[in-house]
Design a protein around this ligand. Structure first.
Ligand code: PLP
Length: 362
């Protein structure tokens, strides 16, 4: 199967084999060494000088960690949402009692940093800003560095979903002035689902000291204190740590610059192939098109779901579909983690030939 969805992504054989190792005592010296190496790897990829925390949960659990450890019920926050995952982050905040002010550009568009600045100036009671770095549902990457600059200048807390961008495209939480930044193992890390990574700035730890949203399993301070002893508060998904340990060997060998360049060049190839097929990208302004996932409109009158089904059943190509209101209207090609241009070319060859043969109801 050529799994071309934006997570879970395929894993290298070495990673899968590393994960097949025997269990160890999670409070013993072997795991302590593994946790140190994996945390060093995370700090390297996040570009941070303080430790990134890891949690046994999927990316959404990491988003919940970010919210419940920095906010209190009744806190007012600016929710920037440009798609399904932005909406999810807002829903988590609301579920725990935050009040949200919504900035929600049309799906396909990126957020405008100037508008973020205006909204923050207009409402001084907004304590934090929620934003998705790379909106996986629409294939749009927000200008995070510029947004962070506006948020920093106004001294609010910036909570970032970088689940589908971190380690694949440049994302520098500390340098850019972000406060809480989240990623997940099944995206650009070449590891199966089940670990979330969350970095907290000094400001975020200060906010943590007075944040009263309820939390137990996802308590960041407990996790930080356990990490000081090279442990986790609860039994971690050991096999996933073995996988991360191996994945970092592979990532360090390629180098972050090499990884970023590969993502950028295959994404650019993917976009030009799609356009040469006469198809339209979901991102309205290609400047903000994602380098980890390409979202494409099915042509008018074509049964996209039938094409995706054929691609999977007859050619072993698994495409991403549309989420929420884009269901049946778009397809998405994941190009993050472990892949090369041939993987994407093979998938697009099949889409092209199936489209040419597809009946059109116009
Ligand atoms: C995949 C993803 C998530 C996390 O989803 P899980 O299914 O919980 O791992 C969150 N945000 C974005 C932008 C994503 O792409």
């Amino acid at each position: 199967m050529n799994l071309r969805i934006p997570g879970p992504t395929p894993c290298p054989e070495e990673v899968l084999q590393a994960m097949a190792q025997q269990m160890v005592n999670h409070r013993g010296p072997e795991f302590a060494a593994t946790l140190r190496r994996v945390t060093d790897g995370l700090n390297w990829a996040f570009g941070t000088s303080s430790d990134v925390l890891s949690f046994t949960t999927s990316g959404t659990g990491g988003l919940e960690v970010a919210i419940v450890n920095t906010l209190s019920p009744g806190d007012r926050v600016l929710s920037i949402s440009i798609g399904q995952f932005g909406d999810r982050l807002r829903t988590i905040a609301k579920t725990y009692g935050a009040e949200t002010v919504n900035y929600a550009p049309e799906w396909g568009e990126a957020a405008d940093p100037a508008e973020v600045a205006r909204l923050l100036d207009e409402d001084k009671t907004l304590k934090a800003v929620l934003v998705t770095h790379n909106e996986t549902s629409t294939g749009v990457t927000n200008p995070l560095e510029a947004i962070a600059r506006e948020v920093r200048a106004r001294d609010r807390l910036l909570i970032v979903d970088a689940v589908s961008s971190m380690s694949s495209v440049p994302c520098w939480p500390e340098r850019w002035g972000c406060d809480v930044v989240v990623s997940g193992s099944q995206k650009g890390w070449m590891v199966p689902p089940g670990l979330a990574f969350v970095w907290f700035s000094e400001r975020a730890w200060e906010a943590n000291a007075s944040a009263t949203m309820p939390r137990f399993y996802f308590d960041a301070a407990k996790t930080r204190d356990s990490l000081a002893k090279l442990q986790t508060p609860w039994t971690p998904a050991l096999s996933l740590y073995y996988g991360m340990d191996k994945a970092f060997q592979l990532m360090r060998a390629e180098g972050l610059e090499g990884i970023f360049t590969r993502h950028e060049s295959v994404a650019s190839y993917c976009r030009s192939r799609v356009k040469s097929m006469g198809l339209n990208l979901v991102p309205v302004d290609e400047q903000f098109a994602s380098n980890t996932v390409t979202a494409v409109w099915w042509p008018e009158g074509v049964d996209g779901k039938a094409i995706s089904k054929k691609a999977r059943e007859e050619h072993g190509i698994v495409l991403g579909g549309g989420q929420g209101k884009l269901d049946g209207k778009i397809f998405r090609v994941g190009h993050l983690g472990w892949f090369n241009q041939e993987d994407v070319a093979g998938a697009l060859d099949v889409v092209e030939s199936l489209l040419a043969a597809a009946p059109r109801s116009l």
